[in-house]
Design a protein around this ligand. Structure first.
Ligand code: BEZ
Length: 220
Protein backbone atom coordinates (compact mmCIF):
# COMPACT_ATOMS: atom_id res chain seq x y z
CA UNK A 1 0.00 0.00 0.00
CA UNK A 2 1.15 3.55 -0.74
CA UNK A 3 2.78 5.62 1.94
CA UNK A 4 3.48 9.31 1.32
CA UNK A 5 7.20 10.06 1.06
CA UNK A 6 8.35 13.68 0.93
CA UNK A 7 12.05 14.61 0.65
CA UNK A 8 12.93 11.00 1.41
CA UNK A 9 11.08 11.12 4.75
CA UNK A 10 8.05 8.92 5.39
CA UNK A 11 5.08 11.12 6.19
CA UNK A 12 2.60 10.11 8.85
CA UNK A 13 -0.77 9.11 7.37
CA UNK A 14 -3.23 11.93 7.03
CA UNK A 15 -7.00 11.95 6.91
CA UNK A 16 -8.12 10.40 3.62
CA UNK A 17 -4.93 8.37 3.12
CA UNK A 18 -4.87 4.59 2.78
CA UNK A 19 -3.73 3.16 6.10
CA UNK A 20 -0.14 1.95 5.58
CA UNK A 21 0.19 -1.82 5.64
CA UNK A 22 2.49 -3.67 8.04
CA UNK A 23 3.06 -7.02 9.68
CA UNK A 24 3.40 -7.18 13.44
CA UNK A 25 3.38 -9.45 16.47
CA UNK A 26 0.39 -8.94 18.76
CA UNK A 27 -0.94 -10.50 21.93
CA UNK A 28 -3.33 -12.56 19.78
CA UNK A 29 -0.71 -13.62 17.21
CA UNK A 30 0.94 -12.26 14.09
CA UNK A 31 -1.14 -9.95 11.88
CA UNK A 32 -0.90 -8.40 8.43
CA UNK A 33 -2.81 -5.16 8.78
CA UNK A 34 -4.31 -5.20 5.26
CA UNK A 35 -5.93 -8.54 6.16
CA UNK A 36 -6.95 -7.61 9.70
CA UNK A 37 -10.64 -7.07 10.53
CA UNK A 38 -11.79 -7.20 6.92
CA UNK A 39 -15.14 -5.49 6.32
CA UNK A 40 -14.95 -3.71 9.68
CA UNK A 41 -13.93 -0.35 11.07
CA UNK A 42 -10.73 -0.34 13.10
CA UNK A 43 -9.76 1.86 16.01
CA UNK A 44 -5.98 1.57 16.39
CA UNK A 45 -4.45 3.30 19.38
CA UNK A 46 -0.99 3.60 20.86
CA UNK A 47 -0.01 3.99 24.50
CA UNK A 48 3.38 5.08 25.86
CA UNK A 49 4.27 2.09 28.02
CA UNK A 50 2.94 -1.02 29.75
CA UNK A 51 2.68 -1.00 33.55
CA UNK A 52 2.09 2.76 33.72
CA UNK A 53 -0.90 4.34 35.45
CA UNK A 54 -2.60 6.49 32.80
CA UNK A 55 -2.14 3.77 30.18
CA UNK A 56 -3.70 1.22 32.51
CA UNK A 57 -6.81 3.40 32.92
CA UNK A 58 -7.08 3.92 29.17
CA UNK A 59 -6.60 0.28 28.21
CA UNK A 60 -9.12 -0.71 30.87
CA UNK A 61 -11.53 1.80 29.32
CA UNK A 62 -11.17 0.23 25.88
CA UNK A 63 -11.62 -3.25 27.37
CA UNK A 64 -14.70 -2.47 29.47
CA UNK A 65 -16.40 -0.67 26.57
CA UNK A 66 -15.40 -3.14 23.85
CA UNK A 67 -19.04 -4.22 23.51
CA UNK A 68 -19.91 -0.71 22.30
CA UNK A 69 -17.18 -0.91 19.64
CA UNK A 70 -18.45 -4.38 18.63
CA UNK A 71 -21.94 -2.90 18.20
CA UNK A 72 -20.41 -0.36 15.79
CA UNK A 73 -18.77 -3.13 13.71
CA UNK A 74 -15.37 -1.99 14.96
CA UNK A 75 -12.27 -3.91 15.98
CA UNK A 76 -9.83 -2.52 18.52
CA UNK A 77 -6.05 -2.87 18.28
CA UNK A 78 -3.53 -1.36 20.68
CA UNK A 79 0.19 -0.72 20.31
CA UNK A 80 3.23 0.20 22.34
CA UNK A 81 6.98 -0.09 22.04
CA UNK A 82 7.05 -2.95 24.53
CA UNK A 83 7.69 -6.67 24.09
CA UNK A 84 5.04 -9.36 23.86
CA UNK A 85 6.25 -10.61 27.25
CA UNK A 86 5.67 -7.19 28.81
CA UNK A 87 2.21 -7.02 27.20
CA UNK A 88 1.26 -10.48 28.48
CA UNK A 89 2.55 -9.70 31.97
CA UNK A 90 0.60 -6.42 32.06
CA UNK A 91 -2.63 -8.01 30.78
CA UNK A 92 -2.33 -10.69 33.46
CA UNK A 93 -1.42 -8.17 36.17
CA UNK A 94 -4.39 -5.88 35.42
CA UNK A 95 -6.75 -8.85 35.29
CA UNK A 96 -5.51 -10.05 38.70
CA UNK A 97 -5.72 -6.57 40.22
CA UNK A 98 -8.98 -5.33 38.75
CA UNK A 99 -10.70 -8.18 36.89
CA UNK A 100 -10.45 -6.24 33.61
CA UNK A 101 -9.06 -8.28 30.70
CA UNK A 102 -7.53 -6.53 27.68
CA UNK A 103 -9.60 -8.49 25.20
CA UNK A 104 -8.16 -7.10 21.95
CA UNK A 105 -4.78 -7.49 20.22
CA UNK A 106 -1.90 -5.29 21.37
CA UNK A 107 1.00 -4.83 18.95
CA UNK A 108 4.50 -5.34 20.36
CA UNK A 109 6.33 -2.67 18.35
CA UNK A 110 9.81 -3.18 19.78
CA UNK A 111 11.56 -2.02 16.59
CA UNK A 112 9.22 1.02 16.41
CA UNK A 113 8.38 0.15 12.80
CA UNK A 114 4.63 0.69 13.12
CA UNK A 115 4.93 3.68 15.47
CA UNK A 116 7.16 5.46 12.95
CA UNK A 117 4.93 4.49 10.02
CA UNK A 118 1.90 6.03 11.76
CA UNK A 119 3.62 9.07 13.30
CA UNK A 120 3.00 7.77 16.81
CA UNK A 121 6.59 8.48 17.75
CA UNK A 122 6.90 12.21 18.26
CA UNK A 123 10.50 12.76 19.42
CA UNK A 124 10.00 16.17 21.00
CA UNK A 125 7.48 14.52 23.35
CA UNK A 126 9.42 11.26 23.79
CA UNK A 127 12.05 9.43 21.76
CA UNK A 128 11.34 6.09 23.36
CA UNK A 129 7.58 5.97 23.85
CA UNK A 130 4.65 6.38 21.48
CA UNK A 131 2.29 9.27 22.16
CA UNK A 132 -1.40 8.50 22.74
CA UNK A 133 -2.62 8.30 19.13
CA UNK A 134 -6.00 7.07 17.91
CA UNK A 135 -6.52 6.18 14.24
CA UNK A 136 -10.07 5.63 12.98
CA UNK A 137 -9.84 3.44 9.87
CA UNK A 138 -12.84 2.53 7.72
CA UNK A 139 -13.61 -0.86 6.12
CA UNK A 140 -11.73 0.25 2.95
CA UNK A 141 -8.68 0.78 5.21
CA UNK A 142 -8.82 4.52 4.71
CA UNK A 143 -7.78 6.81 7.59
CA UNK A 144 -10.83 8.85 8.56
CA UNK A 145 -9.94 10.62 11.81
CA UNK A 146 -6.79 10.96 13.90
CA UNK A 147 -6.38 12.03 17.53
CA UNK A 148 -3.09 12.71 19.28
CA UNK A 149 -2.70 13.16 23.03
CA UNK A 150 0.54 13.74 24.93
CA UNK A 151 1.99 11.35 27.47
CA UNK A 152 0.49 13.07 30.50
CA UNK A 153 -3.18 13.36 29.45
CA UNK A 154 -5.49 10.39 29.06
CA UNK A 155 -8.06 10.19 26.28
CA UNK A 156 -11.85 10.37 26.58
CA UNK A 157 -13.66 7.15 25.73
CA UNK A 158 -17.03 8.87 25.28
CA UNK A 159 -15.44 11.13 22.65
CA UNK A 160 -13.77 8.22 20.85
CA UNK A 161 -17.11 6.40 20.62
CA UNK A 162 -18.97 9.58 19.70
CA UNK A 163 -16.53 10.39 16.89
CA UNK A 164 -16.74 6.82 15.55
CA UNK A 165 -20.54 6.90 15.52
CA UNK A 166 -20.51 10.37 13.93
CA UNK A 167 -18.25 9.15 11.10
CA UNK A 168 -20.42 6.12 10.46
CA UNK A 169 -23.67 8.10 10.59
CA UNK A 170 -22.24 10.76 8.29
CA UNK A 171 -21.30 8.08 5.75
CA UNK A 172 -24.65 6.33 5.99
CA UNK A 173 -26.89 9.38 5.61
CA UNK A 174 -24.56 11.72 3.64
CA UNK A 175 -24.91 14.43 6.25
CA UNK A 176 -22.49 16.32 8.48
CA UNK A 177 -22.36 16.45 12.23
CA UNK A 178 -22.55 19.72 14.21
CA UNK A 179 -20.72 20.65 17.39
CA UNK A 180 -21.17 18.05 20.15
CA UNK A 181 -23.36 15.84 17.94
CA UNK A 182 -24.46 12.62 19.55
CA UNK A 183 -26.83 9.87 18.46
CA UNK A 184 -30.42 11.16 18.29
CA UNK A 185 -29.42 14.80 17.70
CA UNK A 186 -30.27 16.69 14.53
CA UNK A 187 -27.68 16.53 11.73
CA UNK A 188 -26.48 19.14 9.24
CA UNK A 189 -27.97 18.98 5.76
CA UNK A 190 -25.19 19.56 3.19
CA UNK A 191 -25.35 23.16 1.93
CA UNK A 192 -26.75 23.82 -1.56
CA UNK A 193 -24.21 24.00 -4.40
CA UNK A 194 -26.20 25.98 -6.97
CA UNK A 195 -28.58 28.94 -6.95
CA UNK A 196 -31.39 26.56 -7.89
CA UNK A 197 -30.62 24.37 -4.86
CA UNK A 198 -30.37 27.47 -2.68
CA UNK A 199 -33.82 28.69 -3.78
CA UNK A 200 -35.26 25.23 -3.14
CA UNK A 201 -33.65 25.17 0.30
CA UNK A 202 -35.15 28.56 1.17
CA UNK A 203 -38.60 27.21 0.27
CA UNK A 204 -38.15 23.95 2.18
CA UNK A 205 -40.10 24.10 5.46
CA UNK A 206 -39.45 20.46 6.37
CA UNK A 207 -36.01 21.23 7.83
CA UNK A 208 -34.80 23.51 10.63
CA UNK A 209 -33.13 26.48 8.90
CA UNK A 210 -30.96 29.23 10.29
CA UNK A 211 -30.23 30.26 6.71
CA UNK A 212 -29.82 28.49 3.38
CA UNK A 213 -26.28 27.33 4.29
CA UNK A 214 -27.04 26.19 7.84
CA UNK A 215 -29.90 23.72 8.07
CA UNK A 216 -30.53 20.77 10.33
CA UNK A 217 -32.85 17.80 10.23
CA UNK A 218 -33.76 14.72 12.24
CA UNK A 219 -32.67 11.39 10.86
CA UNK A 220 -35.60 9.15 10.01
C1 BEZ B 1 1.21 6.82 32.19
O1 BEZ B 1 0.57 6.06 31.47
O2 BEZ B 1 0.90 7.03 33.35
C2 BEZ B 1 2.42 7.48 31.64
C3 BEZ B 1 3.19 6.85 30.69
C4 BEZ B 1 4.31 7.47 30.18
C5 BEZ B 1 4.63 8.76 30.62
C6 BEZ B 1 3.83 9.39 31.55
C7 BEZ B 1 2.71 8.75 32.06
Amino acid sequence: METAIENGVTQMPRIGDQAPDFEALTTTGKIKFSEFAQGKWIVMFSHPADFTPVCTTEMSGFATRKGEFDALNTELIGLSIDSIHAHLGWVDNVRKNTGVYFNFPIIADLDMKVSKLYGMLQPNESETAAVRAVFFIDPEKKVRLIMYYPLNVGRNMDEILRALEALQTSDQYKVAMPLDWKKGDKVIVPPPKTLEEMEARLEDDSIEKIDFYLAKKDLA
